[in-house]
Design a protein around this ligand. Sequence first.
Ligand code: AMP
Ligand code: MG
Length: 327
Amino acid sequence: MISLGIESTAHTLGIGIVNEKEILADVRDTLKTEKGKGYLPREMFNHHLEKFNELLFKALDEAKIDLKDIDVIGFSRGMGIPNALRVGAFFARYISLTFNKPLVDVNHGVAHIEIGKWLTNSKDPIIVYLSGGNTQIISLVNKRYRILGETEDIAIGNAIDEVARFLNFEMPGGPKIEELAKKGKKYVEMPYSVKGMNLSFSGIVTYVKKLIKEGKYGLEDIIFSFQETIFSMIVEVSERAMAMLEKNEVLLVGGVAANKRLQEMFEIMCKDRNAELKVVPQKYAADNGVMIAINALLAYKHGYSINIENSSIKRNWRVDEVEIIWI
Ligand code: AMP
Ligand code: MG
């Protein structure tokens, strides 16, 4: 069975093709911005529209198949930027209609989780989903990915990018912040904001910007302390979730999972608890079409598809709104 997935929730347009066992194609293109600038929704829309055909045929070439060979088509329906989501949804519906293929709407967050499980052979983890738009501690309970803790304001990736933008770094700013943090040595006290199982990052971003402007501490030390603090907050909440649900596995997913210091901090916590840390391979931590294809295949194999009339995008579609019929 062959599944084609289209990812278009934000800056990346991705097309992936998989069968039950392997990845047949993985093509992506990410919108670039000028230094210090954020993404504009209409620029994402134009980018995805302009790139779609090229990427689709590249993916089909890579997989050595034709559109008629696919069994199911999946698209990321949300959560995401409406202008960006609409492009993927439009082409998915078009292919579904033209080639008479079943259509599966995929939740972007659930897809990040499923590709993480697929690639790391993770079974029943506490999932720590850290990306540009999401920060959630999740576990599967009664066929839903329940959100045990989450950010109350901005996502952790967003917080990192905001500091990076302030420093005029290219977007996404994560790798540059990680590099800079490595050079820091002295910890500067920062606001630490954990409320029960929830987190907050906007206060620390404001504080970091203020410290940078003041120039009292070295930039490397500030960024080091910023990173240490936000990652400690994540590890604390994740550990509490593990203890509460008696889980001995953690799965890190989302773009921020690529950070080596974050992984190291989780390693230390897991070792302490005799638990196992699994991290989605870096290449698949970022947004991609493969994860959408995998999720669509899982759902379709369990009898799920939707009608085009019911396939409008869902900008705020949370992971806990999806019934996980395939587990
Ligand atoms: P996603 O939304 O899942 O595509 O993830 C993108 C987010 O991950 C952006 O906010 C990036 O800045 C962040 N990111 C990527 N690499 C790193 C890294 N090495 N350290 C921290 N954050 C990162
Ligand atoms: Mg994502």
